[in-house]
Ligand binder design. Structure first.
Ligand code: CP
Length: 329
């Protein structure tokens, strides 16, 4: 599927009408997403965890790939914004009988829904839907193939900002299966846009895309050099479901060369934070002691996912509301 710029995710006033990718978004817009998420942080502490921003709106969760964190936090986020939420079970939907993606979308659109949150195994699926959707509907990309996972990248930026104060000037290391990682691509774009000093990537050559340096990452050959002086270390899962061929000699050898261990973490700054988007394979890419250790902010990332998803839903819906009111004048 195509994921070119043919479908703009911005409206005529430069606001988010869809959220499909970090690429092309300004530092100001990424900061606005984080600031908006900040304003939603306290909703989780209220006796009634709800604000009425999306009351009367219908959000459809359309997940063609499995998910634990993203699907549930989108659902919680939509409910906290008072939206009605429709979780379409793809395995029992008519997609399993051969209905095309576009026909599924057209039928749901006929039910007068307002937003699609889409995860799909094909890169470009969310852009494709956004190009064919009615103008009043927003599309949020919840992960498409190995292309992009923009809300994950933003919850990661939000978490880094929470612990480090700012992204600017930080050294961030991403370790693992970069080749198949939509998360890494979106993180690198967000980190460079927000002024990180250096984004280091380290992986076996077979798991590094050729173009990774063109989006602002610096490739390291040895993990000890990559970790030296790091402010933030992000581990990634080996995506074995996307590996069709011999990418790795063995998991044991992978862990011995690239595994994130407590011993190796001592090379980073003393206040380093450890992140992982999940799901985690303990003792495959990261030591269990690191996952559960005092430098880990992995579960904080999950909590922050709700506020960031509330922010992106509120901002895209606000763009549609403003466009509609301008048209009515
Ligand atoms: N990080 C992430 O996308 O996790 P899920 O696959 O569980 O949604």
């Amino acid at each position: 599927m195509q994921h070119n710029a043919a479908c703009s995710q911005l409206d005529q006033n430069g606001r988010l009408r869809h959220f499909l990718s970090i690429a092309g978004l300004s530092r100001e817009l990424l900061t606005e997403i984080m600031d908006t998420a900040d304003s939603f942080g306290s909703v989780a502490d209220q006796a009634v965890k709800k604000v009425p921003l999306l009351r009367g709106k219908t959000v459809v969760n359309l997940f063609f790939e499995n998910s634990t964190r993203t699907r549930t936090t989108f659902e919680l986020a939509a409910k906290r914004l008072s939206a009605d939420v429709l979780n379409v079970n793809i395995s029992t939907s008519s997609a399993s009988k051969g209905e095309s993606l576009l026909d599924t979308i057209r039928n749901l659109q006929a039910m007068h829904v307002d937003m699609f949150v889409v995860r799909h195994a094909s890169s470009g699926a969310a852009h494709f839907i956004a190009r064919h959707i009615a103008p009043h509907i927003s599309v949020i990309n919840a992960g498409d193939g190995s292309h992009a996972h923009p809300t994950q990248a933003m919850l990661d930026m939000f978490t880094i900002r929470q612990f480090k104060g700012q992204i600017e000037g930080l050294i961030v290391v991403i370790i693992g299966d970069i080749l198949h990682s939509r998360v890494a691509r979106s993180q690198i774009r967000a980190l460079t846009t927000l002024g990180a000093q250096e984004v280091r990537v380290i992986a076996p050559r077979t798991l590094l895309p050729d173009d990774i340096q063109t989006i602002g990452a610096r490739v390291y050959e040895q993990i000890d050099y990559a970790l030296a002086g790091a402010d933030v270390v992000i581990g990634l899962r080996l995506q074995k479901e996307r590996m069709h061929g011999a990418f790795l000699p063995s998991e044991h050898e992978y862990f011995s060369r690239y595994g994130l261990t407590e011993q190796r973490l001592k090379l980073a700054k003393s206040d380093v934070i450890v992140m992982h988007p999940g799901p985690i394979n303990r003792e495959v890419e990261i030591e269990s002691r690191v996952v559960d250790g005092d430098r880990s902010v992995i579960l904080k990332q999950v909590s922050n996912g709700i506020a960031i998803r509330m922010a992106t839903m509120a901002l895209t819906m606000s763009s549609h509301n403003q466009t509609r009111s301008q048209q009515q004048k």
